[in-house]
Design a protein around this ligand. Structure first.
Ligand SMILES: [Zn+2]
Length: 434
């Protein structure tokens, strides 16, 4: 009885685990023997017991082989036959499948779709699933004298999840403690990252609430969906972001006024860096040792770190330029220009006249020109005048189109009401600081 039970358990384990279990049984057996005997005796007994245990169990396993699952994404030149043959499905089962009623549903296989089979050790095909997309496909199940083949469609549901988090340490860690999925927290950081610096601006007691979607297929959660609305309270400043579909493929986040939460410029042109020198009109120059205004911000980073275009624009300058070393200038609009100095080298795509996108690498940190060590000297010009890039208020990316504004306002109002309702439900039980 017990052995049968163990076999049933073993069948649901992958092979590697089964082996580990064997080893475990063996060691358990061995250990119980080790208890009272001296070393010499132990060795003899171990020799005797070892093959015995392994043989008994592996024989039992042979009675009912565990089933094997195989899956493949269809590539060019694949046919149903070659795939099933690669899977080591018995030839007679392939023929039987092709001769079954409705087998025409499997006649056309498309690159990028998936085929999954369940077979036993002898290659007997138990069932086959042709996966079209997450929702639809064809299923073939073994029955006496062939296979029953039919289309299937999974039931897709979207569920709204509400979370409210009081930050104790970091936005991310506090969110994980509330079981918010990693991908949702990443999205939240991206959406709010234009306004909030998550390293320096967060204070314990800051809060955030959000409603996000979870997508269920046949009642089981499979995908963490998108954030529909988030409210971030950072040092008593409120930031609201509402998701809005611009078209079928793209969605962006907007505040309640319909302004894009995304800014036209990134805060920092080098990801892994620290500010080594700020904008200062009365600075003593480290190389020249004279008072010389520092009309930009220096980002210290490793030589070779990628330098990103902080906004969309056109490269207007890319060459060596005296104390600035290798320099790139980007013209973003009539009003805005950014400059990047001391580059070790330019990115091969960074040529005068080329268009660049926000975040695209234009060059690499170096120390060309007048520089004591590898860093990026970054300047921000508004209407031809030097401006402190850390203090300037960046313009927002494109707002909601006027034609969509009315429907957006209705939608965002509904969502904010929903969020407030959820918040009022938990208000009574909230304890600050966890
Ligand atoms: Zn500088």
């Amino acid at each position: 009885m017990l052995v049968n039970e163990i076999i049933t358990i073993l069948k649901s384990f992958p092979k590697k685990h089964v082996f580990t279990l064997f080893l475990g049984f063996f060691l358990l057996g061995a250990m119980s023997l080790l208890g009272s005997k001296d070393l010499k005796e132990k060795e003899t007994e171990l020799e005797l017991i070892k093959p015995l245990i392994l043989n008994t169990l592996s024989e039992e396993i042979k009675i009912e082989d565990p089933l094997i699952e195989r899956e493949k994404v269809i590539k060019r030149n694949d046919t149903l036959y070659t795939i099933l043959d690669d899977f080591k499905v018995k030839k007679e089962d392939i023929i039987s499948l092709v001769n079954s009623k409705n087998s025409n549903l499997l006649a056309k296989i498309e690159v990028g779709d998936k085929i999954r089979v369940i077979i036993d050790k002898s290659g007997e095909l138990k069932n086959l699933t042709y996966i079209d997309d997450i929702r639809t496909g064809v299923k073939a199940v073994r029955k006496t004298g062939g296979f029953s083949i039919a289309n299937y469609e999974s039931k897709i549901e979207k569920v709204k999840i509400f979370k409210h988090v009081v930050i104790e340490d970091s936005m991310y860690m506090s969110g994980l403690k509330q079981d918010i999925p990693d991908s949702v927290l990443m999205d939240l950081a991206y959406i709010n990252g234009w306004d909030i610096d998550f390293t320096h601006d967060i204070r314990p007691g800051d809060t955030y609430s959000l409603i996000y979607e979870e997508i269920l297929i046949d009642g089981e959660k499979v995908i963490d969906g998108d954030i529909l609305i988030s409210e971030f309270m950072n040092q008593n400043e409120q930031y609201i972001a509402v998701r809005h579909d611009l078209n079928k493929q793209t969605s962006e986040y907007f505040n309640l006024e319909g302004e894009n939460v995304k800014k036209a410029f990134l805060r920092s042109p080098v990801k892994l860096s620290y500010i080594s020198s700020k904008y200062n009109l009365k600075r003593r120059h480290p190389v020249l040792h004279t008072i010389r205004a520092h009309k930009g911000v220096d980002y210290a980073a490793n030589k070779g770190s990628p330098v990103r275009a902080t906004g969309d624009g056109t490269i207007s300058f890319a060459q060596y330029n005296g104390g600035c070393g290798n320099e790139i200038k980007i013209k973003h609009s009539e009003d805005y220009e950014t400059r990047y100095c001391h580059l070790d080298r330019f990115n091969s795509r960074a040529k005068v006249g080329r268009k660049v996108k926000q975040g695209q690498t234009i060059g690499y940190v170096g120390s060309t020109g007048l520089a004591t060590g590898p860093h990026l000297h970054y300047e921000f010009h508004v209407n031809g005048r030097h401006t402190d890039p850390l203090k300037v208020k960046f313009p927002n990316a494109s707002p909601i189109q006027t034609s969509q504004l009315k429907s957006y306002k209705e939608k965002s109002e509904n969502l904010i009401n929903e969020l407030k309702n959820f918040q009022s439900l938990i208000n009574g039980i909230e304890v600050y600081g966890g």
